[in-house]
Design a protein around this ligand. Structure first.
Ligand code: ATP
Ligand code: MG
Length: 266
């Protein structure tokens, strides 16, 4: 089943005598429970697309259908209600929070705002979320600034899954982490997807990261999607010069003949 349909999105930034077309007719679909990896050079429009989908930024034109609804025209209480279905994890989503906020309060917010469980149940729900992302439950009392980068991203993931979303938009969510931490976070994300059937739109400039998590890959270049296909097909046999350039930039990427799909990650 198709979860997300993006149709001809267009977005320009205008100001200071400049006019930048960040999205120039972007269209794609994402199936339930699947991951679409979105790659592209710096400035190709990936974050703009993520922000438009999350309704953090208005588009100039185009349509989005999410979970059967005309997503960009939702407003008011209906939008507030439906937001629980689409969550986000950014590069440092918690850096935007009050650094003195506790982990517990960061996780309590979505549970309260979206009325996920009764008030009396929330501490237990928070402990369950922490446990699920591999953090000790005692971390509920810690402040955000006491966490490492990897631990913060675990809290960001716990916060994203708290509302039981059907889609999480991740924008360079593991880019700031060192290789071993990054690998464990990617494993956690894949496990959560298999457990809960969450779809991911996974934005990264790093195709090696996308190769691990994506069922399909889309390549962005100057505001357009110039190539899409199954992960192994795009990485093993890129067609566009934009895809070729991204592949050349990642020496550790395993390319060549498309291999058998990983059976644990169909
Ligand atoms: N708030 C803004 N005002 C003006 N121009 C912007 C703004 N945000 C982004 N842009 C421009 O829009 C284009 C797309 O930017 P965007 O941040 O979406 O790219 P990106 O693919 O996420 O890049 P990166 O990989 O560096 O994160 C760029 O040319 C950028 O300079
Ligand atoms: Mg970006």
């Amino acid at each position: 089943m198709t979860l997300l349909t993006v149709d001809n999105l267009t977005k320009s930034y205008v100001g200071h005598g400049r006019h930048v077309t960040a999205l120039d007719g972007v269209s794609f679909t994402l199936a339930e429970g699947q991951t679409l990896g979105l790659a592209g050079a710096s400035g190709s429009g990936k974050s703009t697309l993520a922000r438009v989908l999350l309704r953090l930024l208005a588009t100039d034109a185009g349509q989005v259908h999410f979970a059967g609804e005309d997503w960009l025209t939702l407003s008011g209480s209906r939008l507030r209600q439906r937001r629980r279905g689409m969550q986000m994890v950014f590069q440092d989503v918690l850096g935007a929070f009050n650094p003195r906020a506790t982990v517990g309060s960061v996780l309590d917010d979505p549970l309260r705002i979206h009325d996920i469980v009764a008030r009396a149940e929330r501490p237990r729900e928070i402990a369950g979320l922490l446990d699920r992302v591999g953090l000790p439950t005692s971390y509920a009392g810690r402040s955000i600034r006491e966490l490492s980068g990897g631990q913060r991203q675990r809290v960001a993931i716990a916060r994203a899954i708290a509302t039981r979303p059907s889609l999480i938009v991740l924008d360079e969510a593991v880019s700031a982490l060192d290789a071993s931490v990054r690998r464990r976070i990617l494993e956690l994300l894949v496990e959560l997807q298999q457990e809960r059937g969450i779809a991911y739109l996974f934005v990264s400039h790093d195709l090696a990261v996308l190769q691990v998590v994506s069922h399909r890959i889309a390549i962005m270049h100057e505001g357009r999607i110039v190539e899409t296909g199954a992960t192994n097909a795009v990485i093993g046999n890129p067609q566009s010069s934009a895809a070729k350039a991204l592949i050349a930039a990642v020496p550790r990427l395993v390319t060549g003949t498309p291999t058998e799909p990983d059976p644990s990650h169909p």
